[in-house]
Write a protein that binds this ligand. Structure first.
Ligand code: G3H
Length: 539
């Protein structure tokens, strides 16, 4: 990445027309209790990671602003959600599943109309390249469709009675109450919706706070939310976490915390709940997924997968490969090819064709990554690719750091950026020990061709992490696969079908098999007196 001009924004008129932001997007509205309320109080500027020239320096382009709500508005959102849920008696939690599905379908239909706006903002707010931004949007719409299908299946299975040892029962999954959803900045739409949609569709009432970055892109969806669901079923809060989330958690009225972000923040939020034992948590947290390249790995293939795994979206994926352990016998050959591939990645604006390296949205992220590189350098490693680690504005050219050893920050710290630490090993027990000692336990990638050797690693590794990838990068995809982690990496499992379970509890109606009970149940069912006790079947 030699062309630094490609990473500095020129005039807005030079941006391709569909991707321009002609004037800043000033968001004043937030969704509460079925209406979009106007906020006249303090607001927060939104700056893009993309920089423009300002005299002799570079500055991040301002693209808009959003409301900084106070505790009062957060508690109003909570009251609205509690009213909508009404201890499980509200319109939404008691609505027939088929009708809740219609609401979700109506939302998905309206959401699709907002694709261009949301995709554009994904590029400007977090610097996601156009194909990845489109993929994030489409994947989210697909997730809603798949969730609806999974719910239909679940409901069909529950539309029958079971008779066991003289007891008749009907078992269904019921909502838990008020769910607080907070997503991460790297997948601000997709990861937020992978909790929000299942929580909603199962009959919970939701309060949703957009992540610290990637906020304006949710604005086009406020009206579809408002128009598709009953009042109070979905509410948004905007602002500083301690001001808007603290009061929600301290109220004790949040039943489920769905949080994807850092364990530090998750711990703070959980501890604020006055009765932590009541709080269900669905957490997606840190990871430091290793790639292990055995001496018989197919190097060209491993290079391709490791580039994808370590550097897609500049390494800002929780599932990214964040350290590579390469067998000593192949490390030289691997490094030569890997560095060439890294140096061939194209830097530029998110909308540039073929771009792979884009600006980093987090505040002073390049400074933090530079610290990690310096630490490694001081302890004997170096950046081995040409021009790796160079910074312009919020861009850092991807850096391959070698040899990374125990004691360097890059060995254990989750860099979440375009720095690829490479360690070597001779004895496979070295990377195995790394996995055992790691604070994290999300995934691992194994590269090799000997089935026996791979099998010998798979068996111990599946008890250390939650997905072992063979000759493939680590990833969450496909969303029907269970996504979770051990140790500090996650709590609860998400997938299209698992998510329907984590936001619900099994509840049942049971009766001893007597003539009277049989008559009562038959009457309730045939005369359709109950929505729960019912054999209605979704077709
Ligand atoms: O940041 C974590 C995302 O869930 C990653 O999803 O691995 O399918 O890209 P992905």
């Amino acid at each position: 990445m030699e062309d630094w001009n490609a990473v500095i924004l020129g005039r807005m008129e030079d941006v391709p027309e569909p991707f321009r932001i002609p004037s800043p997007i000033e968001q004043h509205g937030y969704l509460c209790d079925g209406s979009i309320r106007e906020w006249a109080g303090p607001r927060q500027d939104v700056v893009s990671p993309i920089c423009e020239a300002a005299g002799d320096t570079l500055r991040q382009k301002r693209i808009g602003g959003y409301p900084l709500l106070s505790e009062r508005e957060a508690l109003e959102a909570l009251d609205a959600a509690c009213r909508a849920y009404d201890h499980g008696r509200g319109v939404w939690p008691t609505m027939p599943v088929e009708e809740r599905i219609k609401c979700a379908e109506a939302f998905a239909y309206r959401m699709k109309e907002k694709r261009d706006e949301v995709v554009k903002l994904l590029m400007w707010e977090i610097g996601k390249a156009l194909p990845d931004a489109e993929k994030e949007f489409d994947r989210t719409v697909d997730y809603i469709g798949d969730t609806i299908d999974a719910l239909k299946n679940l409901d069909r299975q529950s539309s029958r009675f079971v008779i066991e040892q003289g007891v008749i029962g009907q078992i269904r999954r019921a909502p838990l109450g008020v769910v607080l959803c907070v997503g991460p900045y790297n997948y601000p739409l997709n990861e937020t919706f992978t909790t929000l949609i299942p929580a909603l569709i199962m009959g919970n009432a939701v309060i949703f706070k957009p992540p610290k970055l990637g906020i304006l892109l949710h604005q086009p969806l406020l009206e579809p939310f408002r128009d598709s669901f009953p009042p109070g079923v979905i509410n948004t809060v905007y602002g500083k976490g301690p001001i808007v989330l603290g009061p929600l958690m301290r109220s004790g009225k949040v039943d489920v915390l769905a949080f994807i972000g850092s364990s530090q923040v998750a711990d703070i939020l959980r501890k604020q709940h006055p009765k932590p034992h009541r709080l269900r948590c669905v957490l997606g947290l840190e990871a430091k997924n290793p790639g292990i390249l055995l001496k018989d790995a197919e190097i060209d293939h491993a290079v391709r997968e490791c580039i994808l795994g370590a550097l897609s979206f500049n390494g800002q994926r929780c599932t990214a490969l964040k350290i590579l352990f390469v067998h000593e016998d192949i490390v030289d050959a691997f490094l030569t090819k890997f560095c060439d591939a890294v140096d061939g990645l194209k830097a530029g604006m998110p909308w540039d064709r073929g771009v792979q390296v884009t600006a980093l949205p987090e505040d002073d992220k390049t400074g933090y990554l530079d610290e990690l590189i310096r630490d490694a350098r001081d302890k004997g490693a170096r950046v081995v690719n040409k021009g790796g680690g160079r910074v312009t504005g919020n861009y850092m050219s991807p850096a391959v750091v070698y040899p990374v050893t125990k004691g360097m920050r890059l060995y254990t710290e989750e860099q979440f950026g375009p720095v690829v630490p490479i360690a070597t090993f001779r004895d496979i027990q070295e990377p195995m020990q790394y996995v055992i000692e790691s604070d994290y336990g999300q995934q691992v990638s194994l590269f090799g061709t000997d089935p026996g050797l791979l099998a010998g690693l798979i068996d111990p590794l599946v008890n250390q992490v939650c997905r072992v990838n063979i000759n493939s990068q680590c990833q969450r995809f496909p969303d029907t696969f269970p996504f979770t982690g051990r140790k500090d990496s996650a709590e609860g499992t998400l997938s299209v079908s698992d998510a329907l379970r984590v936001f619900t509890i099994r509840t049942l109606v049971a009766a001893k098999e007597t003539d009277t009970n049989r008559r009562i149940i038959r009457s309730i069912v045939t005369e359709r007196h109950s929505r729960f006790l019912s054999t209605d079947f979704i077709l």
